[in-house]
Ligand binder design. Structure first.
Ligand SMILES: NC(=O)N[C@@H](O)C(=O)O
Ligand code: NI
Length: 178
């Protein structure tokens, strides 16, 4: 059985719009602050939490991710129905991002739409913020050694991680040569 190979696209704000935000400074507006010494690239992304009145909190973590050996089989995607999740590279390395648009978590057997799954390569300076409910593969570091990301996501009550495992014939191959 030949699995579909995902086309890897360069990450851009426009291409990623239905999945979330790209956190970057290239071509972005800024405010000059601190007596002219600093550019503030303001509100590049919004942290979403489902139940702020019930104590949902936005938290900041660091993920040290082992490198993913390519080619890699995408056998599952996950989503966070109760909040957004942002990954910002700390070591300036490129990484791969595999996403599908959010779907209606209120219906049974809700799952990613196979034909809408897309793969992106970051430029090493770009971070991403998955919108609440965006299907995505867990972090995919592809450098020669472990990578590190600053992660901003939601802490609170309830299940905030749905996983969907594909049928074997639905799995996809992810590969990338720089
Ligand atoms: N589970 C967890 O904290 N990490 C994943 O959500 C991920 O997207 O890597
Ligand atoms: Ni996640």
């Amino acid at each position: 059985m030949t699995l579909q190979k995902l086309k890897v696209e360069p990450l851009t704000k426009e291409a990623f719009a239905s999945f979330g935000d790209v956190i970057e400074t290239d071509q972005r507006p800024f405010r000059v602050i601190n007596n002219g010494s600093t550019r503030r690239y303001h509100a590049l992304a919004q942290v979403e939490t489902a139940y702020p009145a019930d104590g949902d909190r936005a938290i900041i973590s660091i993920f040290r991710a082992q490198t993913t050996k390519l080619p890699f089989t995408i056998s599952m995607l996950e989503r966070h129905p109760l909040g957004s999740q942002a990954f910002v590279p700390l070591l300036g390395r490129t990484s791969l991002v595999v996403v599908a648009p959010p779907t209606d978590s209120s219906i049974n057997n809700d799952k990613p739409q196979l034909d809408l799954i897309r793969a992106f390569i970051t430029n090493g300076k770009q971070g991403i913020n998955y919108s609440r409910g965006t299907w995505h593969h867990p972090v995919l570091a592809i450098g020669d050694e472990d990578d590190e990301f600053l992660v901003v996501d939601r802490e609170g009550s309830g299940n905030n991680c749905d996983e969907h495992f594909f049928e074997e014939h639905e799995q996809m191959i992810l590969d990338y040569q720089s």
